[in-house]
Design a protein around this ligand. Structure first.
Ligand code: FPP
Ligand code: MG
Length: 328
């Protein structure tokens, strides 16, 4: 079993420097914002994005060492966008928990959570702009609009109760893969990699990000997952993700209508959730989604063969295996 600790190992010191960089640069004025910010930053997740930034930097740096403050800035820019987007996402989804703890909106109410998300984004941009590293800021900040587009498309599909494969792939690219793609390319950019390598790293991060979100969608159905969230949350929220989507694609119109009616009842009917979960499992939705995920990971690993062997390359190959194995 590959651990995240082993993946982080080659860039352990850079990640430590990144934590210190965030603590130095993202501070709040006033008791309320300080408390909320401290809470949000101390309950951060796995740190996949900063790890990808630092490994991409190490992979592309001439001597295999990452780019110091410039890589820290790149990592901070992506990670703070991620943190803010999850704070806003929990408001949108009316979610009470995040990683097994009360969400910011559950603890301080939604209007304050929106403010905290905005505050983090504003501070993030201010630090980026005052650093004068406009190439990194421009590269990373475009992803903020893409995240919003993904969330809007998802919301539109949910309210219309329709979802095509194209919509699904577009949503997961925009809400997840784009920021991981930008993490990988910004890492390369932070050490002055040539344009083709920055673009290769973007494609690598995109494939990793697509796989990461598909695994997230599979884990939502898996009872034994330690995701820190209730199982089958997507069904309760009326979200059609790949495991259910492939089942809907395969059945006839009458059965599809039955399943969509069942999904519409999932918000307040646990028996409907249970039944739909079993249908998805029995009809092979989870195993098909796992195959699609593996396909993205194979493509990601293949892209790394463009680089000479190194500790960073091995760690990124291991990251691909970790994504498929992870249970949280
Ligand atoms: C989690 O999805 C949500 C995202 C990955 C993106 C959310 C984006 C926004 C709210 C747009 C705002 C953007 C910025 C930059 C502030 P999920 O609900 O499927 O996953 P979950 O189970 O972790 O909540
Ligand atoms: Mg959510």
């Amino acid at each position: 079993m590959i651990t995240l600790e082993s993946i982080r190992k080659p860039v352990e010191q850079d990640l430590q420097a990144f934590d210190e960089f965030v603590a130095r640069n993202i501070k709040a004025e006033g008791a309320l914002l300080s408390d909320m910010l401290q809470y949000a930053l101390s309950s951060r997740g796995k740190g996949i994005r900063p790890t990808v930034v630092m490994l991409a930097a190490a992979l592309n740096a001439p001597g295999g060492t990452s780019g110091g403050q410039r890589s820290c800035l790149a990592a901070m820019l992506v990670e703070m966008i991620h943190v803010a987007s999850l704070i806003h996402d929990d408001v949108i989804d009316e979610s009470d928990t995040r990683r097994g703890k009360p969400s910011v909106n559950a603890r301080w109410q939604s209007h304050r959570a929106v403010l905290l998300g905005d505050y983090i984004l504003a501070k993030n941009l201010a630090v980026g702009m005052s650093s004068g590293q406009f190439d990194l800021v421009t590269h990373v900040c475009n992803a903020m609009a893409t995240l919003c587009e993904g969330e809007a498309l998802q919301s539109d599909c949910m309210s219309k109760h329709t979802m095509t494969r194209r919509d699904y792939l577009d949503i997961i690219y925009k809400k997840t893969a784009c920021l991981i793609a930008v993490s990988a390319s910004a890492g390369a950019l932070s050490v002055g990699a040539p344009r083709e390598k920055v673009s290769l790293m973007h494609r690598f991060g995109e494939a990793v990000g697509m796989a990461f979100q598909i695994q997230d969608d599979i884990l939502d159905y898996t009872r034994t997952a330690h995701t820190g969230k209730p199982t089958n949350n997507d069904l309760r929220e009326g979200k059609i993700t790949l495991p259910l989507l492939v089942v809907l694609e395969r059945v006839d119109d009458r059965r599809r209508k039955e399943l969509l009616d069942l999904l519409a009842r999932c918000a307040g009917d646990e028996a409907a959730v249970e039944t739909l979960q079993q249908v998805v499992e029995r009809e092979g939705g989870l195993s098909f989604a796992a195959e699609v995920m593996q396909d993205y990971l194979k493509r990601a690993v293949h892209m790394l063969s463009e680089f000479e062997p190194s500790e960073a390359r091995t760690a990124l190959v291991n990251l691909c295996a970790y994504i498929a194995e992870r249970d949280r």
